[in-house]
Design a binder for this molecule. Structure first.
Ligand SMILES: C[S@@+](CC[C@H](N)C(=O)[O-])C[C@H]1O[C@@H](n2cnc3c(N)ncnc32)[C@H](O)[C@@H]1O
Length: 304
């Protein structure tokens, strides 16, 4: 899987990107999500779930933030979901390391769960989350399920549909979805700049890698990313969510979709039966990193 290979380099490139617009976007994305969390914590006990959390860099930021400090009593669980072995290893390693840091909030040990599971398989995902938080908490807490930094864009379209559906099922009635994607309107002008900066991650690409009709990028190493039209996520969600779905541009480059689910619309599951695995081309080359190699490389990057 492409993300096993990328895991050790990922944080470095994303966090330390030199691109001013991408940096600004990431700050705005974090601010927008954290203020949503603060607002909701005024009224409800929360379970926060990040889909495709990667190395959990955002979750660790949240834990160290004023947003967490202020709302610690209301935030009952923070859950990171990722199905890449290497990302999971790095997240777990980071969690263990942070737990040894005295400044890290004490209560986090039991609240932070990092779970390795495919987010597109909602029954397995739900079971895993329930096992970790307890059925009572799962039922009684409001769930905010979020997916940031165009993570939905890097999924194969079939898998993406399954993951969006799964996010809605996990959030459930009264739950909230927060989805941040890249804006197709900026694909032509901006995508070449972004991918040029992270070519160490994407691998070789040229002009043919940019499909500006479908707003898709694919490198020779099969790093794939789709950029979204303004209402693309909203239209997908409308198929199975009754409620308020708001969409807005964020710093031109991003689109934020927030859905407040009033009631889920039942969907015939068998319609989804073909949305299961990653397409073979995205699995191609497999992982060059075993979890252990990823872990060692990560330590080196961080200067241990
Ligand atoms: C672009 S990275 C984003 C990481 C993180 N959200 C961040 O902002 O740093 C995408 C992550 O999604 C994960 N991912 C992709 N498809 C997934 C799926 N179906 N289930 C769970 N994780 C998935 C990948 O393993 C990868 O770690």
């Amino acid at each position: 899987m492409v993300w096993n290979k990328l895991a050790p380099k990922y944080d470095h490139f994303v966090t330390f990107t030199k691109d001013p617009l991408l940096r600004k976007f990431q700050k705005a994305e974090k601010r927008t999500l954290f203020s949503l969390i603060s607002r909701e914590a005024n009224n409800d006990n929360l379970i926060l779930i990040e889909i495709g959390c990667g190395t959990s860099r955002l979750l660790f930021r949240l834990i160290k933030s004023k947003t967490y400090k202020k709302n610690a009593l209301k935030i009952k669980f923070i859950i990171g979901i990722d199905d890449s072995d290497s990302m999971y290893t790095i997240s777990s390693y980071e969690k263990d390391k942070q737990m040894r840091n005295k400044k890290f909030p004490n209560d986090i040990k039991s609240k932070l769960k990092i779970l390795k599971v495919n987010a597109g398989e909602w029954k397995k995902l739900e079971k895993k989350i329930k096992n970790n938080v307890g059925s009572k908490n799962y039922k009684n807490c409001k769930k905010i399920v979020f997916c940031i930094l165009n993570t939905l864009g890097i999924m194969h379209p079939n898998e993406r549909k399954k993951v969006i559906y799964s996010m809605a099922k996990i959030a459930g009635n009264n739950g909230i979805l927060f989805i941040s994607t890249f804006n197709a309107g900026m694909f032509k002008s901006y995508a070449p700049r972004i991918y040029d900066e992270i070519k160490d991650i994407t691998g070789f690409f040229d002009d043919n890698s940019f499909d500006s009709i479908n707003n898709d990028f694919i490198s020779r190493d099969y790093y794939y990313s789709h950029w979204f039209n303004f209402n693309e996520i909203k239209d997908d969600l409308n198929e199975y969510v009754n409620g308020k779905i708001n969409t807005r541009l964020l710093n031109d480059i991003g689109i934020i979709t927030v859905a407040r689910i009033e009631k889920l619309i039942d969907k015939k599951e068998n319609k989804w039966s073909f949305y299961f695995t990653r397409p073979p081309e995205l699995d191609h080359k497999n992982s060059i990193s075993s979890p252990k190699t990823a872990y060692n490389k990560y330590q080196k990057k961080k200067g241990f």
